[in-house]
Design a protein. Structure first.
Lengths: 301, 342, 538
């Protein structure tokens, strides 16, 4: 009995922590959605592009911290280019048009990354091992990966920081105003360009961090882009525009994914984590489309 | 424009005759190399058919769906199993039933559209994409417990005659696509199409005019899935000549999405134009890569460039011509026509 | 170029083009002296909004640009400026249509206005309190989400927010749109106060010529992109042409629309209205609303309202903005589900109400903010109205079965009839999204007519129209009621229209019914006069 419970705890905790990895990716989406009510399909590609460039730079012999800073600048440049070439021309278009444009952006970033850095899988060593922490294993009989814990801490820190930013700072107010009505915001002097640039650059940095965590675990490879698709159920459950929602949604998806796979998966022959999160998301869509923490869609007739 | 026959105008009838002559007479007479049929025309027609399905659900009814490839997979495997297990079932019959099975999936996974829209709906349709492919993979029955991993599609037999040569398969595909496209054109121009577009443009007003959102949306999903199902079956039987779930992955769904958007959302022409572009562009790119650079450019780099170009084109079209190539073509036609008049 | 330093704004001979092809303004010149209120008047589509946007440099977001002429603000040319810089220079535009930040609270909205200024926390609170002294209504609602406040409150939020940016010049775009007379007067009082006490110069674009001229110092009348007339507010109010065209006052006695219609038709020798009386006598109740209550979250939109609608009558629902009129219509139509009360149709209680069911029962409607299918043509829009008379399904349409072909033909004919009735033949194949506002309203009416409904619910069918367009709409509504016997339920703000064409009126205020009867009875009801007709009607 005890061993069964322990096993469940292990699965649960592993799921929760891997869930925070999803949250990191989801966070990038939330940032952009909060500021521009746009779903950035290219976020997954940004994760890939960011971490690949980081690793690629290190391969040239550039030290870790320098490469990190350089990549941040690179992501800011990507933000600049996106704002100038994609967002500004499409300022007053419909949501769907912007969505399509971000899909295009994703393909561009993906293709660029591959063309420049090639397709081989690369290893990323962060100095943190993706293996059970010894003293937890010894004392609590639980096997929890150090990498997962680190990811959890990083994610929590980012989320706290961003939530505070949005709610209590002047720039956060500006961001929320732009999200509601960019035209009206501009009419009272809120500088749209700056806000957009800030948001996309922030999303780029978040993408880099998320990519580094995932890269350390699974190697830096193409499949990272599918991560973006995985983040979608997280966003649905947490709410597209909620930063705390990203972490709660991530936890829920991570946990349920692992639990469903371990306990229910065998009845289906395994492999259900491919679609189980989506089906979970569908249930949310039917009963609470705005997610647990998202903003209710105000539609006054 | 006064209708001449049913709701067709004279212009329509002329277009139809020209296309039929081109497709059934001129092309077979002038193109003899099998490569053109098996690698260009056949896949183009199959994918265009799927794109027509996508146009119906997304371009006309305005429902963002990313499940096209999943429905294609459903149709392909349904067709395989039907022909395998029901002796003497005519191919056309199998096609129709496959389409209906795909349509059933379409209705099931279209249900979320009654509650959500936009990106939320897209996520729900992704579920269908992943689920259907997983289901086919997991349950060996669908693949007839084949362990080799490669399932060969059966030969097509219609009225006892075998249709296995490239040009014969081309004829089969052409007939199916022509008939279904004609049906689609009638639907989108008539009350069915108007109902879909009304739901797309302003659903509350549509409801107030008596349009049932439930029926109309599910109808669009069902018909679209039917078209994708038939297209998938044709694709597997005449192009791939095999059935592999991996051929119907999310990448294919994205491809079809690109086809309708670049081609022109909300037009049947757009489906064909978009499919042609998406299909031919990589061929052209490869050609340039091999001849101009003497094969020195890596294949992966070429496919990366392909991706960058598709992505960039998507962005460019969204900015400058959201109505796609079909609209661009119209603009060019009217400019030329205008000049001609002078 | 000499610039008069007494003017805060000088616009000289500007030409404005949209999308590189659509000429919106031909040759507009105007000046705003420092500390004065100048009004820009004219009908919908005259170019008022465009003029304001070219001054505040917000044209670019709509793909427009100034192609000729100059604009000088405070002595400096504004060419090449962007909106956020204009705000720094002291010019703020309050956009048409309220445009509040729906998810932010009222207070957050107002604070956002101070974004461009570097204010300390203390200064910010002080400024906020000052604003609240002007906008007392908003102080009470400071914590509510802006998206759930009423139209009048949202308009105030927009102005308060703009004032927080401490402008020296304010551009107001249609502040009275969609608001009832009393609220409009309240807002204009605040604007006047701001002008006098804070010294803010004001340029305002208004369709409500009456209220604009009452509050402005000077006025310009625009028509199709040109200045037709200008002068001091007083001289314009006394100008005969202005009176007739824009104030609806003619030299002779104000005629009843019905009589006007009868005379018009008689002159044209058409036999539409055969007699001065009614063709369809008003019958018994066809629709009854009993004890309806509706609330959204904490906001009570409708409280215990009951009234009935008689067969073949024209029933008007009037009341200040936020009174619950549109919500009432939405309840009848099934878009909103009231928490309490019942609705009876032809004597039978309706249990389940949704728009689909209601339309099948023979009740159709138009919408306040236009709900046309923008990407379809006029003809196609109206054809959708024939949905209830189309029995063929998609298969029959796909295979072009005889029934489908026949139905399509018949429906098209019916729609052509409606199109010629509404006199919109020449635009029948145009994409609806490209039409001017007034024509779109007509198309919406056409679409509702195509359903051949017994009851038509019209939500402000004449909003944003000038006197001539309103006359046309009245004519159509009367004709429909007279020739087809269609019962009409009408929400309108124009008192003249309401009094002239309705048989009975119900008056709402703050979600409650405060008057119900014939126009004359309602007009004399003191409660109604107090709540709604506050400003004396000309």
């Amino acid at each position: 009995m005890i061993s069964e419970l322990l096993f469940f705890m292990e699965v649960l905790v592993a799921g929760l922590l891997s869930g925070t990895m999803y949250s990191l990716v989801a966070l990038g989406f939330v940032l952009i959605y909060k500021a521009s009510s746009t779903f950035n399909f290219a976020q997954g590609a940004m994760v890939f592009f960011a971490v690949l460039s980081f690793v690629g730079l290190m391969e040239f012999g550039i030290p870790f911290s320098v490469a990190f800073v350089l990549t941040i600048f690179l992501m800011i440049a990507v933000g600049l280019a996106t704002e100038r070439l994609v967002l500004r021309p499409l300022m007053n278009q419909s949501e769907d048009t912007l969505l399509m444009a971000t899909i295009g952006l994703g393909f561009v970033l993906e293709g660029l990354a591959q063309a420049v850095w090639g397709v081989e899988v690369r290893r990323l060593d962060l100095g943190i091992k993706d293996s059970p922490i010894p003293w937890i294993a010894d004392n609590l009989q639980l096997f929890i990966s150090a990498l997962d814990v680190t990811a959890g801490l990083v994610a929590t820190a980012m989320i706290i920081g961003l939530t505070l930013l949005f709610k209590y700072t002047k720039i956060g107010l500006g961001l929320r105003s732009v999200a509601d009505d960019a035209g009206a915001a501009s009419s009272i002097g809120i500088p749209l360009k700056h806000i957009m640039l800030l948001v996309w650059s922030a999303a780029g940095v978040v993408a880099l961090v998320a990519g580094m965590m995932w890269g350390a675990r699974a190697g830096v490879q193409f499949a990272l882009i599918d991560l973006a698709l995985k983040a979608l159920p997280v966003l649905i459950i947490g709410g597209f525009s909620s930063i705390p929602g990203a972490i709660i949604g991530g936890l829920l998806i991570g946990a349920s994914e692992k639990i469903l796979e371990v306990y229910i998966g065998p009845y289906f022959g395994g492999g259900i984590e491919g679609w189980a999160p989506y089906v979970l998301a569908i249930f949310f869509l039917l009963y609470r489309p705005e997610g647990l923490f998202g903003e209710k869609i105000i539609r006054r007739v | 424009m006064k209708p001449v026959f049913m709701t067709f105008t004279r212009g329509d009838i002329i277009n139809f005759i020209v296309l039929m002559v081109l497709g059934f007479l001129i092309i077979p007479m002038t193109i003899t190399n099998g490569y053109w049929y098996s690698s260009i025309l056949i896949p183009w027609l199959c994918l265009a058919l799927a794109a027509v399905g996508q146009q119906i659900v997304m371009g006309y009814a305005g429902q963002l769906s990313l499940g096209a490839a999943g429905f294609m997979a459903a149709g392909a495997f349904a067709c395989f199993n039907l022909i395998l297990r029901i002796p003497d079932l005519p191919f056309v019959g199998a096609l129709i039933i496959s389409g209906l099975i795909a349509a059933a999936f379409g209705i099931l996974f279209g249900l979320p559209s009654l509650r959500v829209r936009g990106i939320y709906l897209m996520v729900a349709t992704l579920a269908s994409q992943f689920f259907i492919v997983w289901m086919i993979d997991k349950f060996g029955w669908f693949k007839n417990y084949d362990t080799s991993g490669i399932i060969t599609a059966q030969n097509i037999e219609i009225f006892g005659k075998s249709f296995t040569s490239p040009i014969n398969m081309y004829y089969v595909v052409l007939v199916v696509v022509a008939v279904l496209t004609l049906l689609a054109m009638n639907m989108v121009r008539g009350s069915a199409g108007r109902n879909w577009m009304a739901v797309r443009d302003m659903d509350i007003a549509a409801e107030s005019m008596g349009v049932s959102l439930l029926k109309t949306k599910l109808e669009a999903f069902a018909i679209s899935a039917f078209y994708c199902g038939v297209a998938g079956a044709l694709f597997a039987f005449t192009y791939l000549k095999s059935l592999e779930p991996v051929a119907f992955d999310i990448k294919l769904s994205f491809k079809i999405l690109f086809m309708v958007i670049l081609g022109g959302l909300g037009t049947i022409n757009g489906a064909f134009i978009g499919a042609a572009f998406i299909l031919l562009f990589p061929v052209v790119l490869n050609f340039i890569g091999n001849t101009a650079f003497h094969g020195s450019i890596d294949a992966t780099i070429i496919s990366s460039i392909e991706q960058v170009v598709f992505g960039a084109l998507m962005i460019i079209f969204m900015i400058y011509e959201p109505l796609g190539m079909a609209k661009l073509w119209e603009s060019i036609k009217s400019k030329i026509g205008f000049n001609k008049k002078k | 170029m000499s610039v008069d330093s007494n003017n805060i704004l000088e616009v000289k001979n500007i030409e404005v083009v949209y999308d590189n092809v659509i000429l919106a303004l031909h040759d507009v010149s105007l000046t705003v002296p420092k500390g004065k209120i100048v009004a820009l008047l004219g009908a919908n589509g005259a170019g008022k909004s465009t003029t304001l946007k070219s001054i505040s440099t917000m044209l670019a977001s709509e793909r427009g640009k100034v192609t000729k002429g100059t604009i000088n603000y405070n002595g400096n040319n504004i060419e090449g400026e962007i909106p956020s810089r204009m705000v720094h220079r002291g010019m703020v535009q309050v956009l048409e249509g309220r445009r509040c930040f729906g998810h932010l609270t009222v207070e957050e909205n107002i604070i956002a206005g101070a974004y461009s200024r570097q204010l300390s926390k203390g200064d910010l609170s002080a400024e906020l309190e000052k604003i609240y002294t002007y906008f007392t209504r908003l102080k009470d609602r400071r914590g509510s989400q802006a998206g759930f406040t009423s139209g009048g409150e949202q308009q105030m939020i927009a102005v308060a927010r703009a004032m927080m940016a401490k402008p020296t010049m304010l551009l107001l775009d249609e502040p009275s749109m969609g608001l009832a007379p009393q609220l409009v007067a309240e807002i204009f009082n605040i604007v006047k106060e701001l002008n006098q006490k804070e010294g803010v110069s004001i340029l305002l674009a208004e369709q409500n010529t009456n209220i604009a001229l009452k509050n402005a110092d000077y006025g310009y009348i625009l028509e199709t992109g040109r200045v037709m007339l200008e002068g001091s507010a007083q001289s314009l109010s006394n100008d005969e042409k202005v009176k007739e065209l824009y104030l609806g006052i003619s030299k002779g006695e104000r005629k009843n629309f019905r009589d006007v219609l009868y005379d018009d038709e008689k002159k044209k020798n058409t036999t539409a209205l055969t007699t001065k009386g009614r063709k369809f006598e008003i019958g018994g109740p066809i629709l009854e609303v009993k004890n309806i209550s509706l609330h959204f979250g904490g906001v009570k939109a409708i409280t215990n309202i009951s009234f009935n609608i008689l067969k073949h009558e024209i029933r008007a629902i009037i009341g200040p903005n936020g009174a619950g009129k549109s919500s009432m219509l939405n309840c009848i139509n099934g878009i909103y589900q009231p928490q309490e009360g019942t609705i009876l149709y032809k004597g039978a209680v309706l249990d389940q109400i949704n728009p689909n069911l209601i339309s099948r029962m023979g009740i159709s409607r138009t919408f306040q903010n236009l709900a046309l299918f923008k990407r379809m043509s006029v003809l196609d829009n109206i054809l959708v109205g024939r949905k209830l008379h189309t029995k063929s399904n998609f298969m029959q349409v796909g295979f072009q079965f005889p029934q489908a072909v026949r139905e399509e033909k018949e429906n098209k004919e019916k729609c052509e009839e409606i199109i010629s009735f509404l006199e919109i033949e020449d635009i029948k194949n145009t994409q609806v999204g490209k039409l001017p506002y007034g024509l779109q309203k007509k198309v919406e009416l056409g679409r509702a007519l195509a359903t051949q409904a017994e009851i038509l619910l019209l939500d402000e069918p004449m909003a944003g129209m000038n006197v001539e367009e309103k006359r046309d709409m009245c004519r159509f509504i009367l004709k429909v009621n007279d020739e087809l016997g269609t019962t009409i339920v009408l929400i309108e703000h124009d008192m003249g229209v309401v009094m002239d064409i309705s048989d009975r009126v119900v008056v709402l205020d703050y979600g409650k019914s405060i008057g119900d009867g014939t126009p004359d009875v309602v007009r004399a009801n003191q409660k109604v006069i107090d709540a709604y007709l506050g400003v004396a009607h000309d």
